[in-house]
Design a protein around this ligand. Sequence first.
Ligand SMILES: NC(=O)C1=CN([C@@H]2O[C@H](COP(=O)(O)OP(=O)(O)OC[C@H]3O[C@@H](n4cnc5c(N)ncnc54)[C@H](OP(=O)(O)O)[C@@H]3O)[C@@H](O)[C@H]2O)C=CC1
Ligand SMILES: CC1=C(/C=C/C(C)=C/C=C/C(C)=C/C=O)C(C)(C)CCC1
Length: 316
Amino acid sequence: MDQKTVLITGCSSGIGMALAVRIAKDEKKRFKVYATMRNPNKSEKLAEAAGRTLGRTLEIKQLDVCDEKSIKACVDSIPNRRIDVLISNAGMGLIGPIECQSLEEMKAVMDTNFFGLVRLLKGILPDMKRRKRGHIVVISSVMGIQGILFNDIYAASKFAVEGFCESLAVQALRFNLNLTLIEPGPVITEFERKVYEEGLKTDLSAADKETANMFTNVYLKNYNQIFQSLGQTPEDIAKHTHKIITTNKPPFRHQTNNLYTPMTTLKYADPNGDLPIDTFYKMVFEHDKIFNASLNFIKMLRWGSRKSFNLGKPQQ
Ligand SMILES: NC(=O)C1=CN([C@@H]2O[C@H](COP(=O)(O)OP(=O)(O)OC[C@H]3O[C@@H](n4cnc5c(N)ncnc54)[C@H](OP(=O)(O)O)[C@@H]3O)[C@@H](O)[C@H]2O)C=CC1
Ligand SMILES: CC1=C(/C=C/C(C)=C/C=C/C(C)=C/C=O)C(C)(C)CCC1
């Protein structure tokens, strides 16, 4: 049987690693996975998780999405440069008041999350177009649809990704290519830990008192609880994505977390755009108790659905 080749970026941890393992372990062995990472010295965990698939349906390669030469070298090393499914996953977060962030930090986020995808497609799209065959899957975020307090730059990078893909989707259709944006809500990975630790270390001296207080005592204070209540596992995202790449007619957008969809739906419910903003404002500033009560309610819902899917008790 003709195996499809899958190239995934950012496989040293989190969603990328879970994706690589899940797809390489496809029960029908339909895929050959090129699991890439910018620093191959970090490949030990992936190699361990890959188990017997390593060297069979999974191969580890170097690829830095911020370096065009590294993309070219990686693609050239693949037989006939044939990539049937490209999963653009590499990314980074950034939280905090913009007054306290340097332009360099902001540019690094745009360079990885947005231009990283652009560089990949410049290297891979021409071959896909020529073959008139391929599926481009982009790990975006619910923040590609809706901004969240203190995620200004990160949300901007994911909005850029979404605008870019929406524009490209029509052209892709003409070449028989599929394009899918995967939009997870919070996922418990290194991303969450790194972003939180950097957030704690932020020098807030450039911000006014109210902003600094909002970041520390509203955002950071509730951060872990939000991730614990709403957070999915990287394996959950891998399961959704595996389904998307094995379906006949993949959708353009796919949200992975149905506990989060009520929030994103507000965006489409009001053309003026005030509804989601007012709702977030009330959640954060006016209904402290309701906010906590709704989080507890979500926890209960989650526990119920986990029981029915037999996923065990969520972490506390
Ligand atoms: N966690 C979450 O809550 C959510 C995450 N996402 C998105 O999911 C994707 C994966 O994030 P997640 O697994 O959570 O986070 P992780 O931090 O666990 O993984 C990010 C991966 O991206 C890699 N990476 C960063 N910069 C580059 C680069 N220049 N070239 C190649 N690889 C790079 C990292 O490599 P290294 O180890 O070398 O740093 C790492 O392998 C991101 O696009 C993120 O925006 C979307 C929604 C929610
Ligand atoms: C912590 C926190 C909030 C929500 C944070 C969320 C939902 C973060 C999601 C992160 C994601 C999805 C990252 C990756 O793409 C609210 C509700 C604004 C209230 C104030 C505290």
